[in-house]
Design a protein around this ligand. Sequence first.
Ligand code: PLP
Length: 385
Amino acid sequence: MSIEAFYRDTWAEIDLSAIEYNIEQMQKRLPQHTGIYAVVKADAYGHGDVQVAKQALRAGAKRLAVSLLDEAVKLRRAGVTAPILVMGWSRPEDMPIAAENDIAVTVFQKEWVDQVKETSFNKPLKLHMKWDTGMGRVGIRSTKEMDTLLSVIKASPLLELQALYTHFATADEEDLTYYQEQTARFQDMYEHFKRVWPHPVEIHTGNSAASQRFPEHMHHFVRFGISMYGLYPSPVVKKERPIDLNPSFSLKSQLIHVKKMDSNEAISYGATYQTEEEEWIGTIPIGYADGWIRKLQGMDVLVDGKRHPIVGRICMDQCMIKLDREYSVGTKVTLIGKQGNEIIHTDELADYLETINYEIPCMISYRVPRMYFINGHIVEVDNTL
Ligand SMILES: Cc1ncc(COP(=O)(O)O)c(C=O)c1O
């Protein structure tokens, strides 16, 4: 257990038991032969990549997926030995690092393979070929590109084509026409692939939305991201609720100052908030440098199991809330999560900010220490500051 000290009154709590629960729910819904890639890119969507990766593997995920080679190398340095896939574009000159660390990478450009061949490495480099079936981001789009790519891969004994994959743009939506078009395009390309490549390969296509809505369409693996963290990928999937989920991220703080203000007094930069009567105002030590952005002005937080609004502009390190009565310094404040019978769900914050829930834990910055819990007990504290 590693407990790093921190000296501030704002922190995030990550429930690793929830990660385990969510993986179990997903695995139960999938056919037995379909395994799970735990998607831990972007510091595990802000939850902490090493901690989530290790818990996901303990819970039954077979592999890990990240976006950057740096993220994969970080996991290796932390002692993670499970297979890791880098889903983003990596620089060809860095491929000896990937091969040396047994990190699989994504391939979709012939010129990239040509440049990789000019580098020097002794261990096989595992490749996952990305097919752009409609996301329009990265990947090959035609069987002609596939043939060219396969011919350069085939000519190099240290390049090992391990898998084929694609990514869906609309698997979380009500209207599934485009999802079906992408699936059909993948199938057409696969028919061609089978004719020209006789060796076995793995296939993974589904994200959280596709894997919980259409488990029977999934192949060898799914890439399970947002729902591993206990959030549904969209309101449509949340309504359908194909699997039960437990959110794993909460955000806590404490009152560091409480005062009674007269009416007609101003709060924070720009003096935009004016008290209308005598008001109890509390200060909490979180601001936009922690990812608690200025647009959250007016959002509620929980004190004493009740909602209280953020008043005035959010500062870099602090913000103010209007209290319903006097509270003592040190009183707990919940910004995301449950307190008593009230809850501020990540989805509510996403709605307030007119964004998606994915963005919320990602935006809570490195300045906020992460405390890890298993079955309600602290197992680790990570303060990266
Ligand atoms: C290629 C790829 N696969 C899988 C995922 C995981 O998606 P989700 O978080 O919706 O499960 C992502 C996330 O954006 C991704 O980019």
